[in-house]
Write a protein that binds this ligand. Structure first.
Ligand code: FPP
Length: 152
């Protein structure tokens, strides 16, 4: 039965994908450092995830950190890595309770080994959940060299 407190939607999409963009502009407009925008954008994700679970969206893909983003100033890259770690530390248990399955899109290799461990642990803990599949694209890119052998 549908929840009467939610607006009636004819059709709920199966898959919603979000590119995290505009964090920097949001912060600059408010006279804040760019990292404050990344933190605010991340806080917003909590509401987005809760809503997708409530509406019955099956897949949510978050494009968070592309391979191009390594070219940002080192303090910003470092700050983004800390945000990722912090989100896993603070939110993993709650996401697990809500039935969210975490998956990672991209390469783990270049990330700090401590972060790699946290991501792998989150994937392992939530692997049997099926209420929402949450794909986190972190260190993803279209220009990555393929690991398939070349035919030439
Ligand atoms: C783009 O905004 C945003 C990013 C490059 C980083 C977003 C990633 C995080 C906040 C890390 C959190 C990750 C998870 C999985 C929660 P921008 O700086 O390009 O904004 P602008 O276009 O306004 O400059």
């Amino acid at each position: 039965m549908s929840d009467p407190s939610l607006p009636a939607l004819e059709k709920v999409p199966q898959h919603v994908a979000i590119i995290m963009d505009g964090n920097g502009r949001w912060a600059i407009q408010r006279g804040l450092p760019r990292l404050a925008g990344h933190k605010a954008g991340t806080e917003n994700l909590r509401r987005v995830i809760r809503s997708t679970v409530e509406f019955g969206v099956k897949y949510l893909t978050i494009y968070a950190f592309s391979t191009e983003n390594w070219g940002r100033p080192p303090e910003e890259v470092q700050g983004l890595m800390l945000i990722l770690q912090d989100v896993i530390d603070r939110e993993l248990n709650e996401l697990h309770k809500e039935g969210v399955q975490l998956r990672h899109i991209g390469r783990l290799e270049r990330l700090d080994p401590k972060i790699q461990q946290k991501v792998l642990k989150a994937i392992e803990l939530t692997r049997n959940n099926d209420r929402l599949i949450l794909n986190v694209a972190f260190n993803y890119g279209g220009g990555m060299r393929s690991s398939w052998p070349s035919r030439r």
